[in-house]
Structure formats: structure tokens, C-alpha cells
Write a protein that binds this ligand. Structure first.
Ligand code: SAM
Length: 238
């Protein structure tokens, strides 16, 4: 394995192979592998797939568990769809903070733009429910098969986006809920272990961790496994 690849796997925790860094080599970004620049090149080797109201049962659990002043961290949020989905679903909850973080600065810039082209039928249908909310403006395109969605008042809705590497510990501590889906499955065993430790450290005592379906179990006395409507999640007891 070449040292660039080894270095990248170490720095991101991702299960990369020579093909996944092909574009990076082509872009001659290889010398930019300091921890600062990893954010700038991460879009060249990460999978950004995300869409609105993905993991709906998990987002419904977030809604059920949220109260006034709830602080939620969406780790590995890509271009922000899960954060905006939660913000619509939690619109009646005041003083909430929804923090979305990702390794890639390009994805975070897109998230901050608040502008999305939505074409999946299921997403368009879900948006119908929220079309009267002032923070989300929908305009149907001429072919009626897609919708442009623009979110405004991001700050007023308590939404914040930032770059963050899960290999560097938690974004911050004391979150009521930490939500991280479809991220650890792209990592090596040791990368996923490190990322999981960061997620756990982000949760406050009494708070919840909602990971991906294939993410490792937590076999620690201070964590309780919980299940609600087939959603597995973890409560930090102390
Ligand atoms: C497939 S997307 C999932 C997006 C979203 N959570 C969802 O389920 O729709 C995986 C995201 O994890 C991010 N990611 C990968 N490694 C990361 C790391 N070490 N720290 C933070 N984010 C990471 C990628 O940049 C990518 O945006």
C-alpha cells in the first residue's frame, strides 16, 4: 500500500483503496494531506449520498425525544438534508440547536447554501406536508417532476454547519442526541471504533446516540440499548 493511501486511511478512518484516491492523485492534491487540508480534498474520495427524510423512523424518534432547548449533532451530515429534514419535523420545538458536521468542506458549503434540487417522488411527497412553513420555500419546475427547495432563516432555526473529522474526537460535548447514519459503514474496523468513541463522547449523561443499522454495538455498562418502532438506539446512563 502506498504511503498516501495509508496516511489517508489513518486520517479519515475510511476504508479506501487505490481506486478511491485516483482522482486525488490526478488532481495533484497528494501533497496537501495535512489535517487542515483533508477537509478541502475529502469530496474526492467520500460518498456524499443523502436525501431528505431518509431514515424517517429515526428522525421520528429524534422528534419524539426532543424538547425545548434540545441540542442535536448530526455527524457526517454530507450536504445537510438530514439536518434540514429534522428542522422541518421539529419546527414546533423552540430554542433547539441542530449542528451538522462533515469531513468535506465542499459538502458543508452546499449545506450552508440551503438550496436543493429535489427529484425523488418520495421526497417531493414528504415536502408537501411542510410547504406552509416559512423557513422552506418550494418551487415546482415546469416538468412538474422536480422541485427547487430553498431554506432560509438557517440561524433563526438554530441550524449550524461546520467541518469536523470524526477521527479528532467529538465536535463538542453535551449533546442531547447524537445522530450518525450511513457514515461508519464506509470505515475500517479501527476507523469505525474511533468514530464511535467520538460520537459517544459527544452525548451528555442521559442523552441518546442514534447510529447506523450496521454500526457496532456498545458493550459498556454505562450505555443502555433501547428500541422504539424497530429503531435501535443507545442511552448514556452515566
Ligand atoms: C453516505 S454520506 C451519509 C450522509 C447522511 N448521514 C445520510 O445518511 O444521509 C457519508 C458522509 O460521511 C462523511 N464522512 C466520512 N468520513 C468522515 C469522517 N472521518 N469524519 C466526518 N465525516 C466523515 C462523508 O464526507 C459523507 O458526507
Amino acid at each position: 500500500m502506498n504511503h498516501i493511501l495509508e496516511d489517508l486511511i489513518e486520517k479519515t478512518g475510511l476504508d479506501l483503496d487505490a481506486n478511491s484516491i485516483d482522482s486525488l492523485q490526478k488532481e495533484k492534491e497528494v501533497q496537501l494531506l495535512s489535517s487542515i487540508n483533508i477537509h478541502k480534498v475529502a469530496h474526492l474520495f467520500t460518498n456524499p449520498e443523502s436525501y431528505f427524510f431518509r431514515s424517517l423512523a429515526h428522525l421520528e424518534l429524534v422528534k419524539k425525544m426532543s424538547t425545548e432547548k434540545t441540542r442535536i449533532w448530526f455527524a457526517g451530515c454530507s450536504t445537510g438534508q438530514e439536518v434540514y429534514s429534522a428542522s422541518l419535523m421539529l419546527s414546533s420545538i423552540s430554542d433547539k440547536t441542530l449542528v451538522g458536521t462533515d469531513l468535506s468542506s465542499k459538502y458543508i458549503e452546499r449545506a450552508l447554501s440551503g438550496s436543493f434540487f429535489v427529484f425523488r417522488k418520495s421526497e417531493i411527497k414528504s415536502f408537501e406536508k411542510y410547504k406552509l412553513l416559512p423557513q422552506c420555500h418550494l418551487s415546482t419546475n415546469k416538468n412538474k417532476k422536480s422541485v427547487d427547495v430553498k431554506f432560509s432563516s438557517i440561524k433563526r432555526e438554530g441550524i449550524l454547519f461546520d467541518t469536523h473529522n470524526l477521527m479528532d474526537g467529538p465536535y463538542s460535548e453535551g449533546f442531547d442526541i447524537v445522530f450518525c447514519r450511513n457514515v461508519l459503514l464506509h470505515m475500517t474496523t479501527s476507523g469505525a471504533k474511533k468514530a464511535l468513541a467520538s460520537l459517544k463522547d459527544g452525548v451528555k449523561i442521559g442523552g441518546l446516540l442514534i447510529p447506523g443499522d450496521t454500526d457496532p454495538n456498545i458493550f459498556e455498562d454505562n450505555w443502555e440499548r433501547k428500541k422504539h418502532n424497530n429503531v435501535i438506539f443507545w442511552k448514556k446512563k452515566w
